[in-house]
Design a protein around this ligand. Structure first.
Ligand SMILES: [Fe+2]
Length: 247
């Protein structure tokens, strides 16, 4: 059975031009989206980096009009593609105060929040951020767990602990395809086999980054079959964005 290509939605990408380390120009954004549209995707949730000192200007209020502008460019270009607003929230020391001050960037109008982490140790402030979200009724989706640079045993224990607390996991197509190295790919393929991912997403950062993600999609289908991949890139992402009112 082929993956139903009509209903794919990407929950994680850096398509908003000039706000982070993703696309830098509208032309780059449109070039990425044309490729995803041709691969059967109907929309993307825009998730610029937020919540750390890395791109301090990025807040839900700052990003929303920029997503609207990009949507207008798409409409003007005749590209049938839906964008939603969100952010990729970097877990860290000041994340709870940041969320209180700027608001919680959900995936579209849903209650889902995409978070990520970068570091060699999982500090307690990450758990504080997750607790804050769970306690306030949000669903937490951890981006690319397979890519976290923790020592293997700490990585396994941390992921088990997060799963027990109800955190869900977003696999990164680039990791599945091998673009982030063998450790990340081995973890990703194992987790696919064990059905531990809730969704798969692209984490697209620019036109040159799309091919590796497409390879990941192909690898995923080869590894676990089209039915499960359909859940990961179609049914579940669509249910998340439609929970906020649909297209
Ligand atoms: Fe990302």
């Amino acid at each position: 059975m082929e993956v139903d290509s009509r209903i794919r939605i990407d929950l994680h990408c850096h398509l908003v031009p000039g706000v982070d380390d993703g696309c830098q120009t509208v032309e780059q954004s449109l070039a990425c989206i044309r490729q995803w549209r041709a691969a059967g995707y109907l929309g993307s949730v825009c998730t610029p980096h937020m919540g750390s000192g890395w791109y301090p200007e990025n807040t839900p209020d700052y990003i929303a009009p920029r997503v609207e502008q990009l949507q207008e460019h798409l409409d003007d270009a005749g590209i049938d593609y839906q964008l939603w607003c969100s952010g990729e929230v970097r877990l860290g020391e000041h994340i709870v105060s940041w969320l209180r001050e700027h608001g919680v960037p959900t995936l579209g109008a849903s209650r889902w929040v995409l978070v990520d982490f970068f570091g060699r140790q999982w500090p307690s402030c990450c758990d504080d951020g997750i607790d804050f979200l769970l306690d306030h009724g949000y669903e937490v989706l951890l981006a690319h767990p397979e890519r976290l640079n923790l020592p293997e045993r700490e990585w396994s224990e941390t992921m088990e602990c997060l799963a027990r607390r109800g955190v869900r996991f977003q696999g990164n197509l680039n990791c599945v395809g091998g673009g982030e190295g063998p450790i990340a790919q081995d973890r990703a393929l194992r987790w696919l086999s064990e059905e531990r991912y809730f969704v798969l997403a692209s984490d697209t950062h620019g036109p040159d980054s799309v091919a590796g993600r497409m390879q990941g999609l192909k690898t995923a289908v080869e590894h676990v079959g089209a039915d499960y991949v359909t859940q990961l890139v179609s049914s579940r992402p669509r249910a998340i964005v439609e929970a906020g009112g649909g297209r």
